[in-house]
Design a protein around this ligand. Structure first.
Ligand SMILES: Cc1ncc(COP(=O)(O)O)c(C=O)c1O
Length: 365
């Protein structure tokens, strides 16, 4: 047999993946399919010493031990049926636990049967928008300014016209609202995102009147309600008009955004439409997480966790205010003493680079 035939046979076996051959090395029988070397991972970004992201609970304070106890109890006690699909509304045990908690702490008027569990607020508002569009809605009113990464893009993509209602230091401006016709209005009454205002009591009543006159809905994003530092938080608007208001809550600011746990309390006649949207979206949120949260709530762990976190977040907010007063005395912080974010407006005579400079120099340990 000529050498050329042998070389060609080897080349063919290499081409078909039976052999591997490297320049300067032996030819070997291939053990498995050849895979390219994985690309080098970029070095992880250094974690900041102080994370100013206002969008999440402090992950290092997640109540791991208590959550573990809840998971252990759930896994020990869950029935075989609990491992199956749930309805689009979610796990009944969590409906009961949430209705009890919200009615006691947030002053809602929630029936356990009128709750839908969703994957955080972002998902909840998407379900509501889907339900609104299906029922013929054409226009959605939102606070201006508001978050630009949840309801607004989702509503526009679903074909709704989105109109902004200006916000001042008492929340959404009722004079402007009165000039607007819309099928629904999204509010953050407890702690307006991003201005930090709380919706004044007279304006709550006016917003409800506005909705009543137009047969419209109010979606109450109960943002940051768990963290009011100077007094007891005002109760949810939903408690004043459960037939007009869809209440939305989330565990993202209290436990962790990674849980993707949220809930909607809606007027009874809307529940079927929202639950249908939920089933179509994903056949329901993970059941074991829902059961763990139900257990966590009903054993008082959620209350305990919030009691621990409130003074901590308050101290952090105070430290930020003190530092701002020392370094940028002209900066006027706005909004109420609440929540996980703080807004301060630049006075006309203070330029942005000066603020960046003042806040970038090292802080004392
Ligand atoms: C105004 C507002 N509401 C609610 C949330 C919570 O969103 P999710 O529950 O989807 O994490 C956020 C997130 O930062 C927000 O900015």
């Amino acid at each position: 047999m000529s050498l050329r035939v042998v070389v060609e046979a080897y080349q063919q076996l290499v081409a078909e993946g039976y052999l591997t051959s490297r320049a300067g090395g032996y030819t070997r029988v291939a053990i498995g399919p050849e895979t390219a070397a994985p690309p080098a991972r970029p070095a992880p970004a250094r974690a900041p010493r102080i994370d100013f992201c206002p969008c999440k609970a402090d992950g290092s304070r997640f109540p791991r031990a208590a959550w573990l106890r809840s998971i252990r109890r759930v896994l020990t006690e869950a029935s075989a049926e609990d491992f199956g699909y749930v309805s689009g509304r979610g796990a009944p045990a969590l409906h009961d636990a949430l209705a009890g908690y919200l009615n006691r702490v947030r002053g809602t008027s929630a029936n356990a049967r009128d709750i839908v569990i969703c994957n955080g607020y972002a998902h909840g508002i998407a379900l509501v928008i889907q339900m609104l569009v299906k029922s013929g809605a054409t226009r959605l009113a939102v606070e201006d300014p508001c978050a630009d990464d949840d309801a607004v893009p989702v509503a526009r993509a679903a074909g709704l016209e989105v109109v902004g209602v200006p916000v001042d230091e008492d929340g959404v401006r009722v004079d402007a609202l009165d000039r607007i016709d819309a099928d629904a209005l999204i509010l953050t009454p407890s702690h307006q995102w991003p201005t930090g205002a709380v919706l004044a009591p007279a304006r709550r009543a006016a917003a409800l009147r506005w909705a009543e006159e137009r047969d419209a809905l109010i979606v109450e994003d109960d943002y940051d309600a768990e963290y009011r530092y100077d007094r007891a938080p005002i109760g949810a608007i939903q408690g004043l008009a459960p037939d007009r208001v869809i209440y939305a809550g989330t565990a993202s600011k209290t436990l962790a955004p990674g849980l993707r746990l949220g809930w909607l309390v809606a007027p009874g006649q809307l529940i079927a439409g929202i639950a249908e949207a939920k089933t179509l979206a994903d056949r329901g949120s993970p059941v074991l997480d829902q059961l763990a949260f139900a257990d966590f709530l009903s054993h008082g762990e959620f209350d305990r966790h919030l009691r621990r976190m409130r003074p901590l977040y308050r101290r952090r907010r105070d430290a930020l205010l003190t530092a701002l007063r020392e370094r940028l005395p002209d900066l006027e912080p706005a909004g109420i003493a609440a929540g996980l974010h703080l807004v301060a407006y630049l006075p006309d005579d203070v330029a942005e680079p000066a603020v960046v400079e003042a806040t970038s120099t090292p802080w004392p340990k």
